[in-house]
Design a protein around this ligand. Structure first.
Ligand code: CP3
Length: 349
């Protein structure tokens, strides 16, 4: 293995700022999760919310992929929906169905009833987990904090769970724009404070997940969403931590995501990385974007696909290797490990 000049944490943080690296940093969305036997062992004894709420469990699960895979960054084990609970949303992770919200937001009165959140009081377990992980990592990998972006969180609040067409969300957005904007304002405030608290607790970078924003046209994104994601990302500039701004289905939204902000823009796996980066004018970093199902392909095919992503990045500073969306629960751990080793080896210089 070639000699490394940088620690994992430096490699990742340099890439976030488009500074030179010794090889391409790599981590995976959903790198802590069911595809890993160590995670399943803990999950067999605790609910998802218990793991999130108990800092020593959240820290342990966060560290599992660092130990097993050698990734350059750890992402705190939590969920984007956690901050909705202190706002007054009753959240449950129903077995095999994903998140369920028992009191979805239907209109103006429900938005009025949403409470402001002091993250240090209501989400202190997240900060405690970050402190534990940061101490334990001791520079072995960078620590990423995260939050859901206002649109994606609003879609869960309004739909009551996952959705296909976002019909209720768009009905509120188009039919009662005043209420929509008030909801987005409330969410933006909560998320900005939550992310600032995460940085204060030790997160060295943050990722804003706007996972389902690809449901919107560019015009609707600009009018109904951009100002709120932008307010969050602007407020983070007061901290040292770089921000990664991620969404899927975003090929037509890339210039607007960049306008909203972020040092790094996450590219989904349908977008050719070189085309996506050129859409962004190369003035921000990019993260991505291997197809999550490539990890189920025969070895030679998987490696060819990794080579293609690296070739499209072209050795420019500012590429963070990742998938174009999260790891799937069925993914073989050996393939994930192989990706880390191969990315480091092939991109060394
Ligand atoms: O390793 C990591 O990535 C850190 C942990 C993490 C989780 N959720 C834990 C989790 C992160 C970063 C998230 C973010 C998240 N949560 C997103 C954005 C990322 C994306 O995929 O676009 C979204 C949309 C959610 C909401 C959510 N949480 C859904 C839709 C589900 C169910 C889907 C599923 O895979 O079952 C969850 C549950 C969840 N959050 C799991 C994990 C590991 C799986 C459930 C389990 O262990 O029982």
């Amino acid at each position: 293995m070639p000699e490394r000049r940088l620690t994992s944490a430096q490699r990742f943080l340099n890439a976030c700022r488009q500074q030179p690296v010794d090889c391409t940093p790599v981590w995976f969305m959903r790198q802590a999760g069911r595809y890993m036997s160590e995670y399943r062992a803990i999950r067999a004894k605790h609910t998802l919310l218990e793991i999130c709420e108990r800092p020593e469990l959240a820290a342990e699960v966060t560290l599992q992929p660092v130990r097993r895979l050698g990734v350059d960054a750890a992402i705190l084990f939590a969920d984007i929906l956690l901050p909705l609970r202190p706002m007054g949303i009753q959240l449950e992770f129903a077995h095999g169905e994903g998140p369920v919200i028992h009191n979805p937001v239907g209109g103006a009165e429900d938005v009025d009833a949403l409470r402001p959140v002091d993250p240090y009081a209501s989400l202190s377990y997240v900060m405690e987990a970050l402190r534990l992980v940061r101490r334990e990592l001791d520079g072995r990998a960078a620590l990423i904090g995260f939050a859901g972006a206002p649109f994606t969180l609003a879609s869960y609040m309004i739909e009551g769970g996952s959705s296909r067409h976002y019909l209720k969300t768009k009905r509120l957005m188009y039919g009662d724009p005043h209420t929509w904007h008030r909801l987005m304002e409330k969410l933006a405030r909560v998320i900005a404070d939550y992310l600032a608290a995460q940085v204060a607790a030790g997160a060295q970078a943050v990722q804003l997940f706007d996972s389902w924003v690809g449901a919107l046209s560019p015009d609707d994104y600009r009018r109904y969403v951009l100002p709120y994601s932008q307010a969050i990302l602007r407020s983070l500039r007061a901290t040292e931590a770089p921000a990664i701004h991620f969404g899927t289905g975003t090929a037509c939204l890339l210039p607007l995501l960049k306008e909203a902000g972020g040092h790094v823009i996450g590219l989904d796996w349908q977008t050719p990385l070189d085309w996506g980066w050129s859409q962004l004018g190369y003035t921000v970093g990019v993260q991505g974007n291997l197809d999550p199902t490539a990890l189920f392909a025969p070895d030679a095919d998987l490696l060819g696909r990794i080579d293609r992503v690296l070739a499209q990045a072209g050795g420019r500073p500012g590429h963070i290797f990742n998938l174009g969306h999260g790891l799937l629960p069925e993914t073989p751990v050996e393939a994930v490990k192989r990706v880390v080793e191969y990315v480091h080896e092939r991109s060394s210089h």
